[in-house]
Design a protein around this ligand. Structure first.
Ligand code: GDP
Length: 298
């Protein structure tokens, strides 16, 4: 991922290497090149604008440093600003004071929600928790079965609709799952919800109804990084329609450009909490802004 952006930035930095001191026109030319690199990486325009403004301001005011030459200074500034737009600090899951902690997943169909539910449960188990997966996606054929298969692989029990469990009503399934979690001593509940292929009022209403019924501690918006600029539009629709606390980027393994990753935090004001990088359960990790910036500038 980020191959194009990495390559372009490397070219920009290497052209500065021979400079003794950066003039205003050097800074402007560099900023222009970085702007093109970000736009080619499909980063949203408002993010690019803010990013470039910061780079210019900091480069112009950069102290004459004994330790860093101009090229290194620009690399440092770009690195700092990348970390900044990626969210700065790593945002951890906020666990409820009284168990169970309820984590609700929301996002479009195909974004990787169900897969992510399995991955998240595996990760939580490794962190010493006893999660419960809840199949409240009753829209997509096979979503329940898919979650059961993933649960089995992750070693996580799955609460699914069956007679008496609110068959056909995802809100009821979600509500009952919390009671079940209390009885069965699960300290985290992960609720998979239904998505649609596009932004849809009915989907938003259902997600909002589940939210109101279970009062999640964390709502995670799951978004496919490969949809590029659409990730930003979709994220904004979910901010308005359901609201969420954090973002999970999926399919980062297939995202050569990185625009979604670099835009979604800045546009929504919500942190990226996890990243998914493949179809296997272990292709998943906490999102670290500094490591991601490091990879872009590697
Ligand atoms: P849902 O409709 O949101 O529940 O999406 P799914 O979990 O069913 O995922 C849709 C497809 O994307 C499936 O074929 C998954 O195997 C695949 N998928 C999910 N996450 C990733 C990922 O991080 N990388 C890749 N390459 N594929 C993924």
């Amino acid at each position: 991922m980020f191959e194009t952006l990495s390559d372009r930035l490397t070219t920009v930095f290497s052209s500065l290497r021979s400079k003794g001191k950066l003039s205003e026109s050097d800074i402007n030319a560099t900023a222009r090149e970085i702007r093109i690199a970000l736009l080619e990486a499909d980063v949203a325009l408002p993010v690019v604008k803010d990013f470039i403004a910061q780079i210019k301001e900091r480069a112009a005011g950069a102290e004459v440093s004994q330790a860093l030459n101009p090229a290194q200074q620009v690399v440092k500034i770009v690195n700092d600003e990348l970390i900044n737009i990626l969210g700065g600090e790593t945002r951890r899951v906020r666990f409820a004071k009284t168990a169970p902690t309820v984590i609700m997943l929301a996002g479009l169909q195909g974004s990787g929600k169900t897969t992510l539910a399995g991955k998240l449960s595996r990760w939580l188990k490794n962190e010493g928790h006893a999660p419960l997966l809840v199949a409240a996606d009753l829209q997509r054929p096979n979503a329940v079965q898919q979650l059961q298969v993933l649960g089995e692989r992750a070693g996580t029990p799955v609460y699914a609709p069956e007679p008496g469990n609110g068959v056909g009503d995802p809100v009821e399934v979600a509500r009952r799952s919390i009671e079940h979690a209390r009885h069965a001593q699960h300290d985290v509940v992960i609720i998979d919800t239904a998505g649609r292929l596009g932004i849809d009022q009915e989907m938003m209403r259902q997600a909002a109804d589940i939210r109101d019924a279970v009062k999640p501690d964390e709502i995670l918006f799951v978004v496919d990084a490969m949809i590029g600029q659409d990730a930003v539009t979709t994220a904004q629709a979910f901010v308005d329609g359901v609201g969420f606390d954090g973002v999970v980027l999926t399919k980062l393994d297939g995202d050569a450009r990185g625009g979604a990753a670099l835009s979604v935090r800045h546009i929504t004001g919500r942190p990226i909490m996890f990243a998914s990088t493949g179809e296997k359960l272990e292709d998943f990790d906490v999102f670290h802004p500094d490591r991601m910036a490091g990879r872009i500038l590697d």
